[in-house]
Design a protein around this ligand. Structure first.
Ligand code: ADP
Ligand code: MG
Length: 615
């Protein structure tokens, strides 16, 4: 069954990095270099080749221009017709322009397809990676890799290659031609070129630094504003608007300052270029005039050299621009590769995944549906679970109780294989889940998260998320179970109402009931509910507990509970005390035998109906 599921996670061919082995820190990956850049273009080889060919031909044609001009002057001085030459020069300009346009178009298209390939690769990778690799990463940072960094690579592909190819061909070709015409003058032109390069490089380096500072300022602004808007109610309640505006305003100011500096330097680029071009023009003219007057050079040759000199100096700014684009592109490529290198969850650690027994095909004395055997677990060396053992039978309601931070949610995560235990075993239907494809496992389990999120779309989309093919009758049935029928009737568009951020804002309790309905609709063998009633009012809570009791007659339910009424309804209660199973039994047994449970019921569990509930 795994073949189909694992295949979908690998939409990253053409991506410049091998998949790292599990446990390897992706940040340690080698810095990307030229080879990685070239591999970026692998899927677009033909387009890039065509574009390069067009650029090469166009640039080479450009080199003919000084030569033809030279010939033209010779013919004029010899009083011969030049119409044909002028027509040829005009045609040359036109062809060159057309080739340039076509070459640039092809490169732009290549840039777009590189972005598409990287974005698709990133999106798939992010949806498929192991959860522990997502923990501790900021969503905003990951988003900027998919958005900004890929754009940077597009600009690099579309903007820098033409420049590099043009400058290289022009440089090599012109050098060869100049050496052929007059080696001494070639040295003069080369000298002016070095001076011009130093001048332009200095300005461009300054611009690059300021541009980076401006980008950093914008990045900080985005991150800070995102956080402030996310918690806007807390910001207002703390009357911290001014403080936030000041702080985020400072990021804006930093971007402004850097932008102004970059503008200053930018205004120097034009004059610097002019000085470079005119300076080399003058130098060539000066030395050339001497050489023409002493007869070692013709006038037409001097004109050709003047053209070559401007030809070589003009693209310098473009060259430095291209180099800085590549430098920035390499930084983006590294950030993108960090993500692309993350291993996907399904990568089996050793060998093919182990199949789970079919749901109906259990032996005469079936094992518990879920069993934890001496499980220990730590988040980054911070131990959370120690030697935890308990089991969930195939039917019945098991409650998991404990103080906040005791490790209850962690147990749920281990059962779903969001994390792997450091020691011990998690067994589903008698099979150690370590070797099982997590998607096979999750097909048999329903989950109600502690802070159940609404996902994209309408109320119906949210309900059928785990079972898109659910029938109308099935949907109505779960809506009735979780007491949401009334809400659906109240909504103008019923099930088709958009919910969530951009739609109808459901209350915490309604959201929780949607999450429960979503989990129940798929009729899984095991339902994990993490504090599913924390936001419900006592009446809804009691009704839901009755529903859970009903369901538990034919299915297994593991409920992380902090409400007395749910705990009392449980067939068995597992008491978690600082990462260990402190006691296990029915409510009455535990009350009689376990002092920790007694304390828990009075201090930590919300009392049953009749006494005021704190939330
Ligand atoms: P409970 O659900 O019982 O309140 P949890 O299982 O959520 O407890 O958490 C147990 C402990 O592990 C807590 O101290 C919590 O801070 C810590 N913890 C939970 N998730 C992570 C994580 N992703 N990284 C590091 N520590 C975590
Ligand atoms: Mg929890």
């Amino acid at each position: 069954p795994s073949g189909a599921t694992t295949g979908t996670g690998r939409g990253t061919e053409g991506v410049p990095a091998a998949v790292a082995r599990p446990g390897e820190n992706p940040a340690d990956g080698a810095r990307p270099g030229t080879r990685d850049l070239l591999r970026l273009l692998r899927g677009s080889g033909r387009t890039v080749g065509a574009s390069l060919a067009l650029t090469v031909v166009g640039t080479a044609l450009g080199l003919l221009q000084p030569l033809l001009t030279m010939r033209l002057i010779d013919r004029v001085s010899a009083d011969r017709a030049v119409t044909a030459l002028i027509v040829t020069l005009a045609a040359l300009f036109l062809v060159q322009a057309a080739l340039e346009a076509a070459g640039q178009y092809l490169l732009d298209v290549t840039g777009e397809s590189v972005v598409r390939r990287l974005r698709r690769g990133l999106v798939e990778r992010l949806l498929f990676v192991r959860l522990r690799d997502l923990d501790g990463r900021r969503a905003g940072d990951l988003l900027s890799r998919v958005g900004t960094d890929t754009t940077m690579l597009r600009d690099m592909v579309a903007g820098s290659f033409v420049q590099l190819v043009t400058v290289t061909i022009t440089g090599v070709g012109a050098a060869g031609l100049m050496l052929w015409i007059d080696p001494v003058m070639f040295l003069v032109v080369a000298g002016t070129l070095v001076i011009a390069a130093v001048l332009v490089a200095g300005v461009m380096a300054g611009i690059r630094t300021s541009t980076e500072q401006a980008l950093a300022g914008v990045g900080a602004m985005t991150a800070d504003l995102e956080r402030a808007l996310g918690g806007i109610r807390t910001v207002r309640a703390a009357r911290a608007e001014h403080r936030e505006a000041e702080r985020i305003g400072a990021d804006v100011d930093a971007a402004y300052t850097a932008g102004v500096r970059s503008a200053k330097l930018g205004s120097v680029v034009g004059p610097a270029m002019e000085i470079a071009v005119n300076g080399s023009f003058l130098l060539v003219l000066l030395v050339g005039a001497v050489r023409v007057s002493d007869g070692s050079m013709s006038v037409s040759e001097l004109v050709a050299f003047l053209l070559f000199a401007t030809y070589l100096v003009m693209p310098l700014a473009g060259l430095f621009n291209a180099l800085s684009l590549i430098q920035r592109g390499l930084g983006s490529l590294r950030r993108i590769e960090d993500v692309l290198r993350l291993p996907v969850e399904q990568d089996p650690e050793d060998g093919a995944p182990v199949p789970l027994p079919a749901p109906a095909a259990s032996p005469a004395t079936p094992p518990p549906l879920l069993e934890l055997r001496r499980v220990s677990f730590a988040y980054d060396d911070r131990p959370v679970l120690r030697d935890v053992s308990f089991s969930v039978p195939r039917t019945g309601l098991i409650a998991l109780v404990g103080r906040s931070g005791a490790g209850k949610t962690t147990i749920v995560s281990l059962a779903e294989k969001f994390h792997e235990p450091d020691a011990g075993h998690v067994l589903f239907d008698g099979v150690d889940v370590r070797g099982v494809d997590p998607r096979d496992l999750r097909a048999r389990i329903g989950l109600v998260e502690q802070h159940a999120p609404l996902l994209y779309g309408t109320l119906r989309d949210n309900l059928v998320y785990a079972k898109p093919e659910a029938s109308e009758r099935e949907i109505r049935e779960v809506l009735r179970m979780v007491n949401l029928e009334e809400l659906v009737e109240r909504l103008a568009n019923g099930l088709e109402t958009e919910v969530g951020d951009r739609g109808f804002n459901l209350s915490g309790g309604e959201r929780q009931r949607v999450a429960i309905a979503r989990a129940l609709l798929a009729r899984p063998e095991l339902v994990l509910l993490d504090e599913p009633t924390s936001q419900l009012d006592p009446i809804n809570e009691r009704e839901l507990t009755d529903v859970l009791r009903d369901i538990s007659r034919e299915r297994a339910l593991l409920v992380v509970a902090h409400r007395m009424s749910t705990v009392r309804a449980a067939d068995r209660i597992v008491v978690l005390d600082e990462g260990r199973v402190g006691a296990e039994g029915t409510h009455e047994q535990l009350l009689a035998e376990d002092p920790f449970y007694r304390r828990l019921t009075t201090d930590h569990l919300t009392p049953p109906l009749g006494r005021p509930a704190p939330d």
